[in-house]
Design a protein around this ligand. Structure first.
Ligand code: GUN
Length: 293
């Protein structure tokens, strides 16, 4: 089994982005600028946003980090988004999810200018993805395709089984793998909580992409010998023997499945690290007006 090393590949991608930003600066061009809004003080969300801002600095982007109290009204948040939509210096805007219960995530996503929606969550961008038009692909599915591409894994004519149908991962992932592109051109099956005979289907997968959100759900009995297995899950499991008090696990039983898979992503160090690269790639595209000229 060979590891699909998200750490190594994400470093490569970040270095490439940094080089491009340097050449943009040298030419006196527009330095990409990402704004991130966080509402409230959810611990994991703060860590994610801090990592995104840090990565912006590392590749030479400008970033603006906006922290709003959990009591912020929906109206005030929408006004802030409007202000950023109208600010020509800001190329990309993300609003960290989840939002407090009194704010409609749908309304928020739909209020972001699609040209600045570097998360790729706006219906206009999801629609463009479905139609195969240039778009901002959301970070996790894009990160998965980049791993497949950088390891030059064949996807054409393969049976790709996607476990999970969320709007953020499973659904766009299944669309990307079915398109007439590379990576893509796979025969795609989507499985979800109502799927019958799940293991029978996953055992047919040449490429198994697991985004089911349940720790260590996929064992060796669900995997075909020689399959490529991509684990999108990330879970904190309590472990008093660790200084942090927890250890990170994916949706796949790594030890069991590593004995059967030809390629496998570790958790941590797999897909997770690729997602920030994808966000930065989208922000670069936004600054270059590649999707919405
Ligand atoms: N919360 C968890 N993942 C994401 C993401 O990719 N983007 C945003 N905005 N919030 C998230």
């Amino acid at each position: 089994m060979q590891l699909l090393d998200g750490k190594k590949i994400s470093e490569e991608v970040l270095n490439e982005i940094a080089e491009e930003v340097k050449s943009i600066k040298d030419r006196g061009g527009k330095v990409p600028h990402l704004a991130a809004i966080i509402v409230g003080s959810d611990g994991a969300s703060i860590t994610y946003v801090n990592n995104k801002v840090k990565s912006c600095e590392r590749v030479g982007f400008t970033s603006t980090h906006i922290e709003l109290p959990a009591t912020t009204s929906e109206e005030a948040l929408l006004a802030k988004i409007q202000e950023i939509n109208n600010n020509p210096d800001i190329d990309g805007l993300i609003v960290q999810m989840p939002l407090p219960a009194h704010i409609s995530a749908d309304k928020v996503v739909q209020s972001i200018d699609p040209a600045k929606d570097v998360d790729g969550f706006h219906p206009a961008n999801v629609g463009r993805l479905a139609l195969g038009l240039p778009t901002y692909v959301s970070a996790t599915p894009h990160g998965v395709t980049q791993l497949l591409k950088r390891y030059q894994l064949p996807t054409e004519g393969k049976h790709c089984v996607v476990l999970g149908r969320s709007n953020i991962v499973g659904s766009p992932m299944s669309i990307l793998m079915s398109k007439n592109t590379y990576p893509g051109n796979s025969t795609v099956t989507i499985c979800h909580s109502k799927t019958k005979n799940l293991a029978e289907i996953t055992r047919q997968a040449d490429i198994l992409i697991v985004a089911i959100g349940k720790a260590e759900f996929v064992g060796a009995d669900m995997v075909k010998e020689g399959a490529v297995v991509i684990d999108v899950g990330i879970h904190r499991l309590e472990d008093p023997s660790k200084k942090s008090g927890f250890r990170l696990k994916g949706d796949v039983k790594f030890d069991e499945v590593s004995a059967k898979a030809s390629y496998l992503t570790p958790v941590p160090g797999g897909v997770g690290l690729m997602t920030i690269c994808s966000l930065l790639e989208n922000t670069l595209k936004a600054a270059k007006k590649e999707i919405y000229p």
